[in-house]
Design a protein around this ligand. Structure first.
Ligand code: NAD
Ligand code: DAU
Length: 349
């Protein structure tokens, strides 16, 4: 069956992988990539599919209500896959209002436009909201986040995502809007903006710059290869049950400091540097305020009901990711722009 799907945030890191998967796998769908191209959005991420017949890019801001209403009336999307967001915790600490605007208000404007467009004719319609494991707050040394873990966000970013999740559910309860939500752990892979841990550290190792580890480095994250996230999103969009939440994770917990050491080892080999060279760049810096100690996902529900599991080991995924950044040095140079330099200097002083 043919479908029109608006994917928001499709020029970003995860969004570009989702757009590519849908455009190539479903030639009979119309895929509309709606993105305002903030610092994190980059159309170079989609060069390989930009001329596909079933693909169209529209530059626009999800917080512009009139524009979104007009667009929904023109396109009449059967589905929305909503990834557009301000996504970086450190930036949310510096500018929380920007996160409330895009992540909460932007999500509400999309929900409202979808509700008004279909006016209760919900057959074969779906609003799929992409969220994060950070809404659950932090774990101690033990335990895993399940779909029933209560929300306890600690950063302006996670609070804004938690709020948007609540609005999606509220539109489901109040207006019967068909929705599904997934909450995923930390992604890594190609096309990730180098302000997040893994691409930042790859970039710095290449350029022999310090590797700024926050606090004592004993914070734990659960890492997932971005293509496995895109595959999970495809499965949930097509086979997930409406009004359900699915947790997605890598079954792959790493303390930051251990991850950084593994990255250093792999990069020393690839750059043909003497063993131990990159580790010397590790520099412990001031901690992130409100830093969550540990995230870890119980992804047994999506595994049990949709048969999903990660397809690559972390060592393989990390190696492929490093190779991608080394081969695509031009992409990295382009995003290392003056605006990015300003952010970097301000963040790490
Ligand atoms: P990203 O920052 O790389 O990309 C976000 C995209 O949204 C960019 O292309 C940006 O231009 C666009 N955008 C931002 N504000 C917009 C606006 N007002 N209107 C239209 N477009 C706008 O983010 P990402 O890492 O790819 O994350 C995508 C989604 O997945 C987010 O909702 C995020 O919360 C969620 N998520 C991310 C991770 C992760 O590890 N990166 C993990 C779990 C969930
Ligand atoms: O858990 C999912 C979340 O993962 C997503 O919702 C977010 O959009 C995504 O940005 C990511 O959030 P994190 O804050 O976990 O990712 P980040 O890469 O910023 O940091 C990962 C860990 O590394 C975290 O414990 C902070 C630490 N860190 C990060 C940076 C940028 C450092 O020690 N030094 C750094 O310079």
């Amino acid at each position: 069956m043919s479908k029109k799907i608006i994917i928001t945030g499709g020029a970003g890191f995860i969004g570009s992988h989702v757009v590519r998967l849908f455009v190539t796998k479903y030639p009979h769908y119309d895929i509309i990539n709606l993105d305002s191209l903030t610092y994190a959005g980059n159309l170079h991420n989609l060069k390989d599919i930009e001329n596909s017949k079933n693909y169209r890019f529209i530059k626009g801001d999800i917080t512009n209500e009139d524009f979104i209403n007009e667009l929904f009336n023109e396109i009449r999307p059967d589905g929305v896959i909503h990834l557009a967001a301000e996504s970086h915790v450190d930036r949310s600490i510096k500018d929380p209002l920007a996160f409330a605007k895009t992540n909460i208000l932007g999500t509400m404007i999309l929900l409202n436009a979808f509700k008004n467009l279909w006016d209760n004719n919900w057959e074969n319609k779906l609003f799929y909201h992409i969220s994060t494991d950070e809404v659950y707050g932090t774990l101690g040394e033990d335990g895993l986040f399940t779909e029933d873990t209560s929300y306890s966000p600690n950063s302006p970013y996670s609070a804004s995502k938690a709020s948007s999740d609540h609005f999606v559910r509220a539109y489901g309860e109040t207006y019967d809007l068909p929705y599904v939500i997934s909450n995923c752990s930390n992604n890594y892979g190609s096309f990730q903006f180098p302000e997040k841990l893994i691409p930042l550290f790859i970039n710095n190792i290449i350029n022999n710059k310090p590797l700024p580890v926050y606090g004592d480095g004993n914070y734990t994250r659960d890492w997932l290869y971005v293509i496995d996230h895109a595959i999970a999103i495809d499965l949930i969009f097509h086979e997930g049950a409406t009004t359900e939440t699915y947790n997605i994770g890598g079954f792959n917990e790493w303390k930051n400091i251990d991850l950084v050491k593994l990255l250093c080892q792999q990069m020393d080999e690839k750059l043909e540097r003497e063993k131990g060279t990159s580790e010397q760049l590790i520099t412990y810096v001031k901690d992130r305020p409100g830093h969550d100690l540990r995230y870890a996902i119980d992804a047994s529900k999506i595994n049990k009901y949709l048969g999903w599991k990660p397809s690559v080991t972390f060592e393989e995924g990390l190696s492929k990711t490093i190779d991608w950044y080394m081969v695509n040095s031009e992409w990295l140079e382009n995003v290392n722009s003056s605006a990015y330099k300003d952010y970097y200097e301000n963040q790490y002083e």
